[in-house]
Design a protein around this ligand. Structure first.
Ligand code: HGY
Ligand code: MN
Ligand code: MN
Length: 431
């Protein structure tokens, strides 16, 4: 668990090395390029397994190919570029995702891919020797906003989601994940062939925006994550009776909307219970049928996101919510069905990888904070097969999944330098 705020030794000797080549203007240019690849509307909308996500992967692939790296996209849609080493077989890697939530920001995931692009460029330009193959990855479909499950490309790489699962996920238009993948030229039927082999890898480190305000509030540019929250996602359907809002007296109603509203408030109240400190419950999407001003809602569907760093409390809270929702519905003569559509446990990251990140920060004289991640990440899935690390850079006002998501480039550069130094340490290390 997160120790007390721990920071490196400010003022430690600033070691010379290729990290000095990290270039803020290149980082800013890449971020601007990706920001242009969006649906119309506020913020950035580039959904999982959409043509726009594939165009963003093509930009990433082209940049890496222009640097002279070998580049390929697997059947799951993950794009991997490789800089060959001098002979040590097991690779190290870095990367993140390029898809966004609807009306999201231009930094969530994208900063991690841009950092990978910049690290690759610095390594190529500097000609820094390295033993291991270095792999730079844009994972597909990390956001759970479209299909409910998050981290889809990295789950397929880790063998946690297989081809047979892909027709079981649908978006709000009823499009299955398998059909969406086929629609952008991927092969959902072959994703099981795209599984990564643990023996091919030594370690993988992701850089991501914090999506919270711990670093910002402490004026720090670097975070080293020790625990990543898990998430349990519920789809809840309340079925009452749609009928006239004027002709139906209150005591004869079976109002699905009132049940849903009570459930939303109940979920918030349960999460605020001091005995459950640490769990977060959110209802971010709700649809009402028939959606007419003068008709009592007959059908309401809503989605619940339960997050926690404690797996027992996370699952127990989801179970209690389902139980309490059923009681609310029964009291109003409304049917209610709760379905678990996704469930990812929290992950504690291996200390030895974090130690390299902390030593890298120290070596560069950059203070850091050890902290948990409230959000989930691709590294959480990849960490099932490869020793993993996660670095944070600050989020302005802690905002994310919003058009107001922002991190100034000058606060991204230090994290990229620590990422590069961490990878150089892992290249040399045997543990
Ligand atoms: O939702 C999350 O935690 C992440 O941003 N996909
Ligand atoms: Mn993300
Ligand atoms: Mn996200």
């Amino acid at each position: 668990m997160t120790t007390e705020a721990e920071s490196g030794t400010p003022g430690a000797p600033r070691a010379a090395g290729p990290e000095g080549g990290v270039d803020a203007s290149r980082i800013a240019a890449h971020l601007a390029t990706f920001a242009d690849l969006t649906e119309p509307g506020p913020g950035c909308t580039r959904l999982a397994f959409s043509p726009l996500e594939r165009r963003a992967h093509a930009v990433f692939a082209r940049h890496m190919a222009d640097l002279g790296l070998s580049v390929g996209t697997d059947h799951a849609g993950n794009t991997v570029a490789e800089l060959p080493g001098t002979g040590e077989p097991r690779a190290i890697g870095t990367g993140s995702h390029l898809d966004t939530v609807p009306s999201g920001g231009g930094f969530d995931g994208i900063v991690g891919v841009v950092s990978a692009m910049e690290v690759a460029e610095v390594m190529v330009r500097s000609g820094t020797p390295h033993r291991r193959p270095w792999r730079f990855v844009a994972f597909a479909a990390e956001e759970g906003a479209r299909f409910g499950q998050a981290c889809n490309g990295s789950r397929m790489a880790a063998g946690l989601t297989s081809s047979a699962d892909l027709s079981g996920f649908t978006d709000r238009d009823g499009v299955t994940m398998a059909d969406a993948m086929a629609g952008v030229g991927l092969r959902p039927d072959l994703v099981d062939r795209s599984r990564w082999r643990a023996e091919d890898w030594f370690a993988f480190v992701e850089l991501h925006i914090e999506q919270g305000e711990v670093l910002r509030s402490r004026g720090l540019d670097v975070g080293v994550v020790d625990v990543i929250s898990g998430s349990t996602r519920l789809r809840v359907r309340a079925t009452g009776r749609a009928t006239h809002s004027g002709g139906t007296p209150m005591h004869l109603r079976r109002d699905a909307m009132v049940v849903a509203a009570e459930c939303v408030v109940l979920g918030d109240r349960i999460a605020r219970d001091p005995a459950r400190r640490g769990v977060r419950v959110t209802v971010g999407r709700l649809t009402v049928e028939p959606g007419s001003i003068t008709t009592i809602p007959g059908e309401v569907e809503f989605f619940v996101d339960v997050r926690d760093v404690d797996p027992v409390r996370q699952r127990e809270t989801a179970r209690v919510l389902a139980q309490e929702f059923a009681a609310v519905a029964m009291a109003r003569g409304v049917e209610l069905v709760t379905e678990t559509i996704a469930d990812t446990p929290p992950v504690t990251l291996p200390d030895w990888v974090a130690d390299h990140a902390r030593a890298a920060s120290d070596g560069l004289g950059l203070p850091y904070q050890v902290l948990p991640s409230g959000a989930s990440h691709d590294i959480q899935q990849i960490g099932h097969i490869i020793p993993a690390g996660l670095l944070f850079v600050p989020s302005e006002a802690g905002l994310s999944h919003s058009p107001d998501e922002f991190t100034p480039t000058e606060q991204i550069v230090p994290g990229v330098r620590v990422l590069l130094r961490t990878l150089l340490r892992l290249d040399e290390a045997d543990r």
